[in-house]
Design a protein around this ligand. Sequence first.
Ligand SMILES: O=C[C@H](O)COP(=O)(O)O
Length: 331
Amino acid sequence: MNYMSFNMLERNPGCELDLGWLNNVRINLNATNQKAKQISSSVNLKNEFRAAWLLKAVTCIDLTTLGGDDTYGNVARLCHKACRPIADDLLEKLGFSYEENSPLRTAAICVYPSRVEDARKTLEKLGYYEKINIASVATGFPSGQMPLKTRLEEIRFAVEKGANEIDIVIDRSLVLTGKWELLYQEIQQMKEACGPNAHMKAILATGELGTLDNVYKASLIAMMAGSDFIKTSTGKESVNATLQFGIVMSRAIKEYHEKMGYKVGLKPAGGIRTSQDALTWLTLVKKMLGDDWLNPDLFRFGASGLLGDIECNLYEYVTGKKAKPYEFTMG
Ligand SMILES: O=C[C@H](O)COP(=O)(O)O
C-alpha cells in the first residue's frame, strides 16, 4: 500500500527491554502542573495565524466514531467528511479549494474492527483509499480485559479487513501491579500481529494508571516494544487527554528519541472538543517535541467532536458572525 502518510519516516523497531531505565523515573507533579498552565496561557493565536493552525489541526485528526450504534451509514458519512473536512464554500472564502492533490483531509478514520470494511469500501468508492488511513481500535477496546489470544486475533481481523493503523489498548492491570516484562511481551506480540505494514498506536489509558510515574514508565515500555505512536486514552475513561499526560508522554518520547534515535508519535484522545483545545495541544507538541512532530506522521488528535468546532471557528473568522449550532455538526 502506498499511503500518503509515513512515507518518509523511519519506523520505531523497538529495543530490548531495559528495566533499569524505568528505575530512574521520577515525575514532579507540581512542575508538570506548572508546565501545563504555562502552555495553556501561551496560546494566543489570532486571525490568519489562528486559521492556518486550525487547518493544520484538521490534517492531524483521526476522525473517530466508536459507538455501539455505529452502522455502515454513519461510517460512510464520516468518510465523506474525512475527504472534505471543511465545507466547500467556507474553504473558498479562506482562499482554498478541493482541487486535485489538495492536502486538506483528515489523517485517518478511526472505527471498531467490525466497521473497518465499511470505511475501506467507502474510501475506495471516493478514491481516497490510499490517501486516508484506516485506524481500527483493537485488543478488547476500551478495557483490554480479554484473553491475549482473542486480543491478538482482533488485530489480525482488522488488518485483514483493510486497517493500516491499529490502536491497541494495553492491559492496565500489568502497569498497576508492576508486571513490566509481561506488558512488554504483550505489546511486542501485538506489534507482530499488526504485520509489517500496519502501524501500531499504543493506548495507555493514562487516566487509569494511578500515577504520572506509571504513565512515563508505560510510555517507555510501549516504545521499547515497538509502538509507532503512544496514545493517551480511549475516550471512555473518566479522565482522558489532559495536558499533564501529554507533557509526561512527550518527555518520554523525547528521551526515547535521544537514546534510541527513533521518533515515536503522540496521539492525545478523549474529550478534545474545541479549537482552543486543538491549538493548545499543537503548542504543547511544538514546545515539548519541536516542529518535526507537527505533522500527521508524528502527531494525531483522536477526536469525534473536534472538527465541527474548528469549522465554526473558521466560519466566524471569515464572516465575523457566530455559526448557528446546527450548521457544522459532524465530527
Ligand atoms: O480514540 C479516540 C477517542 O475515542 C475519541 O474520544 P472523543 O469521542 O472524546 O473525542
